[in-house]
Write a protein that binds this ligand. Structure first.
Ligand code: PEP
Length: 247
């Protein structure tokens, strides 16, 4: 059975350690289907707590990374710090960081380089802002700028999440057909930049209002390797159903 990724992006939630512990323990309540790579991405402040409560087969991701290695960067967290606390993955270029915080493709490129250098697996989020946007132009531009100067020898650990901004946190998901065609477009862009073989093997996920009801429609597609789940990952019952439907 093909491997599928399920990533829980807790965003800036929950507001206490007790609630974070409850969420992790809730996830452990159900056996993990064998084909699932389950990744939890809590806020920085809960990384250690989540890591200590997780079973080995569930992986930890950060929601962001500083591009510098160390030093005078107040408020930043380096790749080495993330690695040393037990992260295997890091989300980079999430639309909430691009559009609410003003992260540019140049910053995302530096962050990707920092992640590759520290041995983290980056989950690069890309996607158009509006339904009516020119998706071919936007995905080409984001992917080319974000991966600028990154060699094929480093890129083996990359995951790309197609996340149309208009579908994130809105309750209006993309259609499985459109998400699939976007995933194919991403593979085409990557194939042109690197190699067709790499593009075929690249994990491409869908994210945007994934719920227990629609998860299987996205994850069940051969060309979609899993889902990045935001709000629904904070509801244990719903999130367990999503995991089950991916198994
Ligand atoms: C996300 O945080 O990347 C996301 C897709 O959020 P939601 O599932 O809430 O739309």
């Amino acid at each position: 059975m093909a491997k599928k990724y399920i990533i829980a992006n807790w965003k800036m939630n929950p507001s206490s350690q007790e609630e974070a512990t409850r969420l992790v323990k809730g996830v452990l309540a159900q056996a993990l289907p064998k084909n699932i790579e389950l990744i939890i991405a809590p806020p920085f402040i809960y990384l250690d707590l989540v890591k200590k409560n997780l079973k080995k087969e569930i992986k930890l991701a950060a929601q962001n990374i500083g591009w510098a290695e160390r030093g005078a960067f107040t408020g930043e967290v380096s790749g080495l710090m993330l690695k040393n606390i037990g992260c295997d993955y890091v989300i980079i270029g999430h639309s909430e960081r691009r559009h609410k915080i003003g992260e540019t493709d140049e910053m995302i490129n530096l962050k990707l380089k920092a992640a590759f250098k520290t041995g983290l697996n980056p989950i690069l989020a890309v996607g158009e802002k509006e339904c009516s946007d020119d998706i071919i132009q936007i995905l080409n531009s984001q992917i080319k700028s974000d991966l600028n100067g990154i060699d094929v020898s480093e890129i083996g650990r990359l995951i790309i999440a197609y996340e149309p901004v208009w579908a994130i946190g809105t309750g209006v998901s993309d259609t499985p057909d459109h998400a699939l065609s976007s995933a194919l477009l991403i593979r085409k862009i990557i194939g042109n930049l690197y190699t067709p073989d790499f593009a075929v093997d690249l994990p491409v996920l869908y994210g945007g209002s994934v719920t227990a009801e629609n998860a299987a429609d996205f994850i069940g597609q051969t060309g979609i390797n899993g889902a990045l789940v935001g709000s629904a990952s904070l509801n244990i019952e719903e999130f367990l159903k999503i995991i089950k439907s991916a198994g």
